[in-house]
Design a binder for this molecule. Structure first.
Ligand SMILES: Cc1ncc(C[n+]2csc(CCOP(=O)(O)OP(=O)(O)O)c2C)c(N)n1
Ligand SMILES: [Mg+2]
Length: 321
């Protein structure tokens, strides 16, 4: 990795943190409709994972998707515009928080139904197999999704058909209000992949360098072996499941401990300094520039127009020329 690559990784994580903090304020101001699931605490997962993908590799995720969208290359101003329901958003304001997508960037969304995008990932990979492409489909989902039927159907088919899917479980220890231990018969999630003879491993998701290394290996294993692989990433969400979660299922001490000892931005900041990759001044400058970038993006999103009512029925059907 060159110095620029290290700095870009920090930049990506910072952008996600800052966008999510802005989203919190915008939601409190009533400017965001529907639900809002924040990625704060999990920045190192998608930043590390997607820093190693090739443009032909497809990405698909659940509803906690703002960070994934940014890592896939959707500009911050376009993500914020989508959150505000503006026509300049990546789904022209029709998708909102849970339905970020841009297939030109090979980002296949943002899906609200728990587990339902796993069979779609299998389908994307089946399409690539037909075309003779060596692209890998990277499918991200939560621990909760592994208790859903779709998960088992999709893993089974990926093995039966030898599909090039990297299954990535973001184990943040909780579903909507239930811990893994209470909801899942198997609390070491990666064991579920054993049931389908899919090779697997687990990595610390708070350390972006560890995620990157594990992801690089996993993606190349899938590309070369043309069979699925399962990567469990252990992480933690620092905020509630969505806005307005009373969080009765965990203690504030537990949350504070993760926030102070396991902050992915803090861990990577320390890594950059200790390995003399960046000076404190360079890190400060990067932080200031990212803040400025997000402020400008916010102005763009806020001043963008809303979709017009006449376009309400647009995109219901494919228009054939
Ligand atoms: C099929 C289905 N059942 C229930 C829900 C309600 N629901 C939304 S998120 C969620 C929990 C999912 O947890 P997990 O997969 O661990 O993802 P996380 O929120 O932790 O990222 C539930 C039950 C849903 N969206 N879809
Ligand atoms: Mg979870």
């Amino acid at each position: 990795m060159e110095k620029n690559d290290y700095m870009e990784l920090f930049h990506q994580m910072l952008l996600i943190r800052l966008v999510e903090e802005q989203a919190t304020l915008l939601y409190q101001q009533g400017k965001i409709g529907g639900f809002l699931h924040l990625y704060i605490g999990q920045e190192a997962v998608s930043s590390g994972l997607l820093s190693t993908r090739q443009p032909k590799d497809r990405v698909i995720t659940a509803y906690r998707d703002h960070g994934v969208a940014i890592n896939c290359g959707i500009p911050v101003k376009v993500v914020l515009a989508e959150l505000l329901g503006k026509v300049t958003g990546c789904s022209e304001g029709r998708g909102g928080s849970m339905h970020m997508a841009d297939v030109r960037l090979n980002f296949w969304g943002g899906h609200a139904i728990v587990g339902a995008h796993l069979p779609i990932a299998a389908g994307l990979a089946l399409g690539d197999r037909y075309k003779g492409s060596d692209a890998v489909t990277i499918c991200m989902f939560g621990d909760g999704a592994t208790n859903i039927g779709y998960f088992h159907e999709a893993l089974n088919l990926s093995k039966v058909w030898n599909l090039s899917v990297l299954w990535v479980c973001e184990n943040n220890h909780y579903g909507m209000g239930t811990s893994v231990e209470r909801a899942s018969a198997v609390s070491e999630i990666r064991q579920k992949a054993e049931g389908y003879l899919i090779p697997n491993s687990c990595v610390d998701g708070m350390d972006v360098m560890k995620v990157r290394e594990a992801a690089q290996k996993a993606i190349e294993t899938v590309r070369e072996s043309k069979t699925p692989y399962f990567l469990e990433v252990e992480t933690y969400r620092f905020k509630g499941h969505s806005m307005g979660d009373p969080e009765r299922y965990r203690t504030s001490e537990e949350v504070k401990r993760w926030q102070s000892e396991e902050d992915p931005l803090g861990i990577y900041n320390k890594y950059l300094l200790e390995n003399k990759i960046a000076s404190p001044e360079e890190i400060d400058a990067l932080e200031k520039a990212a803040e400025q970038e997000v402020q400008e993006a916010l102005q763009f999103a806020d001043s963008s127009p809303e979709p017009v009512p006449e376009d309400l029925y647009k995109y219901l059907y494919v228009e054939i020329e």
